[in-house]
Design a protein around this ligand. Structure first.
Ligand code: NAI
Length: 386
């Protein structure tokens, strides 16, 4: 696809306007559509100030010229000349399906239709189209202009040629594309689940305080944010809902089971940083500097969370969700993990990781702690992943 190709974006919220900025900066004319005029006005203002800042920093020559590449549209008829449409509207399957159906009538026969959904099946969205082979998932990360990773998700109906085309286009846009099978959570939102889930479990069992767990995972394991601080930052309305959706989509596999601790925060409206209170109470200054005295459990905390994360990464590889290289890129670029989980497994030793999981399985007799057959194979053969 050349720079002359016009790109259409449906939904001018956080993701839609970010993706629109990325496409414009790559040289495209962009049609940004929203069915809410106030949202569209807001996007215009925020894009204009984002581009102004980039101009001040010398990253672009003219904010005004870049802004001229945008058409802010309140009707999908404006998509008529587009070669690629990226949908970033509310995360509801029925709404997305109906919008895809409407857009397909407006665009030409070879226009590609992409969805930025985080949790819905691309296959089910594609099924709403007359030409499902032109539908693909393009999952950007927030904020889209800054985060390099894009997960490309072909539906089972997608024309295989589209995958290569999407990959090339994302590279042209300065992104790091990875290919993911159309399975719940794709790569990042699947493999990252135990970072939250196992941390909460350790806390619920009274093994350590939230501050201690966060301290271990940042200061010893090297993650940028501890699991509780990160959940508070993401917001429990988003993070809990992703966990619950992934759990349901995996036919209630106990490995992804949500927690009551987090559900109660959501019910109380304690959504995290944005509402002043989540796992931590930001209003009272009891933030991540809270009590972290019980550090005697550091090894146990790190081993449990890391073993569960590695197991998830290995199982995603085992089930063909993505390649070794793409799994490593996804977790280091999509959620800034200090190193790829498969490389971490190699360094720690598959047998050591397996011993932690088997120990947990033995202790709890829960399917949650079952190891991936591939991890067991690597442990037995003393093999490396990377
Ligand atoms: P948002 O709430 O900021 O923006 C959604 C926009 O879509 C709103 O401006 C709304 O007016 C508009 N909209 C809703 N229904 C519409 C319709 N029928 N036709 C046209 N416009 C409509 O949401 P956000 O955060 O930008 O998310 C959008 C999509 O991106 C969702 O599918 C979400 O799962 C996905 N996503 C979100 C990420 C995030 O961190 N926020 C990260 C990656 C993907």
């Amino acid at each position: 696809m050349t720079k002359e190709a016009q790109i259409g974006i449906i939904g001018s919220g956080a993701m839609g306007s970010g993706i629109a900025q990325v496409a414009a900066m790559a040289g495209h004319q962009v049609v940004l559509y929203d069915n809410n005029t106030a949202a569209l006005e807001k996007a215009k203002t925020s894009l204009s100030s984002a581009l102004q800042k980039l101009q001040e920093k010398g990253k672009i020559t003219s904010a005004a010229e870049l802004l001229n590449q945008f058409t802010f549209a309140d009707s999908i008829l404006s998509f008529a000349g587009c070669s690629l449409i990226i949908e970033a509207i509310v995360e509801r399957l029925e709404v997305k399906k109906s919008v895809f159906g409407e857009v397909e009538i407006v665009v030409n026969a070879d226009c590609i239709l992409a969805s930025n959904t985080s949790s819905l099946s691309i296959t089910s969205i594609a099924a709403s189209c007359k030409k499902p082979e032109r539908v693909i998932g393009l999952h950007f990360f927030n904020p889209a202009p800054l985060m390099a990773l894009v997960e490309i998700i072909p539906a089972i109906q997608t024309d295989p040629g589209l995958i290569t085309m999407a990959k090339e286009l994302m590279l042209q846009w300065g992104k790091l594309p990875v290919i993911a099978k159309d399975t719940p959570g794709f790569i990042v939102n699947r493999i990252a689940r135990p970072y939250y889930g196992e941390a909460i479990r350790l806390f619920e069992e009274g093994i350590a305080s939230i501050a201690a767990i966060d301290k271990v995972m940042t200061e010893i394991a090297g993650f940028r944010m501890g699991p509780f601080a990160l959940m508070d930052y993401i917001g429990h309305d988003v993070n809990y809902v992703v966990t619950e959706t992934v759990f349901q989509s995996f036919f209630y596999d106990p490995r992804y089971k949500p927690s009551f601790s987090q559900k109660r925060l959501l019910e109380a409206g304690w959504l995290g940083r944005k509402s002043g209170r989540g796992f931590y109470n930001y209003a009272s200054g009891d933030d991540i500097k809270g009590d972290a005295t019980d550090m005697s459990t550091a090894g146990l905390i790190m081993d449990r969370i890391l073993a569960m994360l590695i197991n998830e990464a290995v199982d995603a590889l085992y089930l063909g969700v993505a390649s070794v290289a793409d799994i490593e890129t996804a977790m280091t670029k999509g959620v800034n993990y200090p190193k790829g989980l498969l490389q971490w497994c190699d360094e720690w030793g598959a047998s050591n990781c397996l011993a932690v999981l088997d120990g947990l399985y033995e202790e709890y007799h829960e399917d949650r702690y079952r190891s991936s057959p591939l991890l067991r194979k690597h442990a037995a053969g003393n093999k490396k992943f990377v």
